[in-house]
Design a protein around this ligand. Sequence first.
Ligand code: SF4
Ligand code: SF4
Length: 198
Amino acid sequence: MNELSTDNHKNSSSLSIKDLLKKVFFIDLIQGLFITFNYTFTKTITERYPDDEKWIPYKRFRGLHTLNRNKEGKELCVGCELCQKSCPTQCITVIPMEDKTGKGIADRIAYRWEINLLRCMFCGLCEDACPTEALKLGREYELASFSMQRQIRSKEELIKPQPIPVEFEGGVIVRATLEKGDKEIKVKPDLSVQKRWW
Ligand code: SF4
Ligand code: SF4
């Protein structure tokens, strides 16, 4: 019994001397700095967003809605209100009107088409319900703004051509530049220079 307690005492005293030496010579700190120093020479895997780089999501990504035209430039939305009715959070408002000017593919277009992004959960049910493929969930995900009013997007904004072409496959990091406007700061992608993120 006495031998055992003497051994334990020896072990604990040698351990504490080791710990003491480590503290005196800042061994843990030096080890930590050494690891950090080593990392300065390895390839960076983080994305330099938003200053230099931007991630372009895959085609199937569900971001900000787009209202589309056909190849002849006619509005595909016929104001049928199916998107509004299928939306579980009731964030879409559609007011239809008759139009004989040939602006759309039918005699009925959306006089007002509006979405409240504060309530949208990007489920895609509205896209599935649209009979004319006018409504798509696009790849725009930079939706932060300085005002809540900015989160209500109108037909006029959504029907504009999108900065990323529909055919672009995505899933890449591209070079980007910042564009500062009155309402928000936009990150503009340069699709000519791409790299995979994995
Ligand atoms: S994505 Fe879902 S929540 Fe958003 S508008 Fe469409 S149906 Fe509504
Ligand atoms: S976006 Fe589609 S579903 Fe919604 S009103 Fe227009 S045509 Fe109908």
